[in-house]
Ligand binder design. Structure first.
Ligand code: SF4
Ligand code: FE
Length: 508
């Protein structure tokens, strides 16, 4: 189904959409094909396996990740997903892709969570575009707050950039995480000062920056890179308290693609061993070697007092964004039920109970991302932000529950998931019949289908999609301890104590 909607709709329907949109005076939201073409125009400097890539878009390792982002474009044109995938711009009144939208009420926040689950379900991987959405929303709040306190003009600059993003339906990489070098030392005390991205030169027309951003989700599928500081800063670290946006192919930017478990399976003949036939994610190290940023794209400059607030706002939004894991969990539960049937054990009471437990955990995650959205509030800028405490509680659950869901999936799947011979062996004229014979499960299930669903479970819990479903659940949007610190800061422990004492007759 996914392949069909991605590749069936070619130029004819694209042109129709574009003409129609122009007639209605609306923004032209790109579709999958237009998005792909827009990426082809970028002159990115990308390295993988020690070589500069000459064609990023068609590379078999990168392409599934591009397909996943393309879904965010394609579904925006489907009437049945219009509520989830589109919104009305508060700047222009035009219909835009929700990924470019600034949340105007709690319904927008709720729709964002629902969209994340739906897209996770469609792709069973990281679809990458949320980081940019979370960055623009955080900046819409913090640039306003800085201006109010300091009489600067960051918000106006930012809104101009935002309109450009909305009008062109761009994918932005929200780049926060610095490599951090020695974790015990502040940015200014690092043996290598580039361990945190910083300004190295101030010019009349802009600034020059050096440093890098690590683990950048979807970086080479992005049109723009939005840089933000990674931690709260002190005055001595003001050169690091900067935020800006640059086109992703700006001179001086180099991308190095991160390895994923089983990544080279995408280079093999046949596609069964990939598990997920269509989609994947990618992360990259993004290196800034003396990159020039014009002033109109600088949204925070040496504003060290506001670095912490930008980090907190982005993190809260991104912790909410982990609604995506619920959608991937849905697929994993579906795969687990399917392999239980193929193995002939689906009627066993303990298997049924395990499926219930998986659903219970997954829906509990959904409760968290909906709760922080519906308890959202209006910031002075007018942007709606999620409830910070509940967003942190949600993300803390995300650091645990997908691991438990994955454990149960592996329990139900059995050891065959990791001892299964390759697709090439199954297709071999010499030995294929033996594998067909000895890997046959329940009578109604074909051996090949059994192999396919096992590979999907492997992909999500051990393979390249486990980057998104597991390790990213642990460390993305902040490692578990970061949420625990926020939880301890945000709960009103004193009030809880007072009430407990009051109810048992202790004087307060
Ligand atoms: Fe979006 Fe989830 Fe990927 Fe983060 S991990 S970018 S929230 S899909
Ligand atoms: Fe993430």
């Amino acid at each position: 189904d996914n392949l069909q909607f991605l590749f069936r709709r070619q130029t004819d329907s694209n042109n129709r959409i574009a003409v129609q949109a122009t007639k209605w005076g609306m923004s032209i939201m790109m579709d999958a094909k237009q998005y792909e073409e827009s990426l082809r125009k970028l002159k990115l400097v990308v390295y993988m396996f020690g070589k500069r890539m000459s064609n990023v878009v068609d590379d078999p390792i990168i392409r599934p990740s591009m397909n996943a982002v393309a879904v965010t474009y394609e579904l925006a044109h489907r009437p049945e997903y219009a509520d989830l995938m589109t919104a009305t711009s508060h700047l222009t009144g035009k219909k835009i892709n929700r990924f470019c939208h600034i949340h105007q009420n709690t319904n927008d926040l709720t729709m964002k969570s629902k969209m994340g689950r739906m897209l996770g379900f469609h792709t069973a991987c990281c679809f990458q575009r949320c980081v940019g959405m979370d960055a623009i929303n955080a900046l819409s709040i913090v640039t306003f707050d800085i201006d109010k306190k300091r009489g600067t003009h960051y918000n106006k600059r930012f809104l101009k950039f935002l309109e450009y993003v909305q009008e062109n339906d761009l994918t932005c990489d929200g780049a926060m995480t610095d490599p951090k070098g020695d974790r015990g030392a502040a940015p200014r005390d690092q043996p290598d000062l580039d361990a945190y991205l910083h300004v190295v030169e101030e010019r009349k027309d802009g600034i020059v920056v050096c440093g890098s951003k690590a683990h950048q989700t979807g970086a080479v599928n992005s049109h723009e890179i939005i840089v933000m500081p990674t931690i709260a800063m002190r005055e001595e670290d003001r050169d690091y308290a900067i935020s800006f946006a640059v086109p992703s192919d700006t001179v001086g930017i180099t991308y190095v693609i991160g390895r994923q478990s089983c990544d080279t399976r995408k280079l093999e003949n046949g596609c069964v061993d990939r598990g997920n036939q269509f989609f994947g994610g990618h992360e990259a190290l993004v290196i800034f070697d003396h990159v020039f940023v014009p002033w109109d794209r600088v949204f925070m400059y040496r504003e060290y007092e506001f670095a912490g607030s930008l980090v907190e706002k982005f993190s809260s939004y991104h912790r909410q964004s982990y609604a995506c894991k619920v959608g991937v969990g849905d697929v994993l539960i579906g795969a687990s039920q399917t392999i239980a049937e193929y193995n002939g054990v689906s009627k066993a009471s303990h298997v049924k109970d395990k499926i219930i437990e998986m659903n219970h955990l997954n829906e509990t995650l959904y409760c968290g991302c909906l709760a922080c959205a519906s308890e959202g509030h209006k910031e002075p800028s007018g942007t709606y932000c999620v409830d910070t405490l509940l967003a942190n509680v949600h993300k803390q659950n995300v650091t645990r529950f997908p691991y438990e869901i994955a454990r149960i999936a592996q329990d139900i799947a059995g050891g065959l998931m990791v001892t299964l011979p390759s697709e090439a062996d199954f297709r071999s004229p010499e030995i294929g019949m033996w594998l067909e014979k000895y890997y046959k499960g329940a009578k109604d299930a074909s051996t090949e289908d059994r192999m396919r669903v096992l590979r999907l479970i492997e992909n999500i819990t051990l393979g390249s999609a486990a980057v998104g479903y597991l390790t990213e659940s642990m460390h993305g949007a902040g490692s578990p301890q970061a949420q625990r610190i926020m939880i301890s800061r945000l709960v009103n422990l004193k009030e809880k104590q007072r009430q407990a004492k009051r109810l048992c007759g202790i004087n307060v």
